[in-house]
Ligand binder design. Sequence first.
Ligand code: URA
Length: 238
Amino acid sequence: MRLQRLIAACTELSRRAAEDVITAGRVRVNGQVVTKLGTTVRPGLDRVALDDRLLVLPHEHFYLLLHKPPNFIVTKKDPQGRPTIWSLLKPWAQKLDAAGRLDFDAEGLILLSDDGDFLQKISHPKHELWKIYHVKVRRKPSAEALQALAKGVQLDDGTTTLPAQVKKLRETDAHTWIEIGIREGKNHQVKRMCEAVGHDCIRLRRVAIGSLKLGGLKPGLWRYLRPDELTRLLQEVG
Ligand code: URA
């Protein structure tokens, strides 16, 4: 959240007046005087003071990471009545929204928050956060197929994907796990990319969004983001 917005929300000052107190050197963030307008602060994490008055927003935001299991939908109300990811969360977390979606059958990292600015930034393609997926495909993609995925492939709608990060992880006789990192978010993009090179995707797990990693969190469980994780993500989206 922008510093002037936080000041205006916590005081009787207008945003314009909040800018004036910033440029006048009357505002400290974590003990340091900040005079730059547009400085971003994290409500609930950064200590913001105007003169000697600590400014605390009445409501702090929540930032959660959930390991979505397959067969849960990332929609608050599903017309088909399928279980939603919100059924895995506590009642108070029902008001949180997800940053981007995962298909019903997909699994992995879902980021949730009630901080609208944050969600918009994370989901906006202009910030080009890498989203990393582990994908199980049928058979063994050739080196050419993996190269094509990395260079960009033509999808069924005629559009071409941007260069991707592609790495073979492991293979059995029947299947191969590959890691695919993309910086865009077309509908069902990873599945369609795999199909474009002739391999059906039979499992899809998102393991990272930018620097935020799913790690060892078990399917169906959630946890709060650590302050260092949130700080890095906020840096990544500017
Ligand atoms: N790509 C897909 O095909 N599905 C997802 O859920 C996410 C990325």
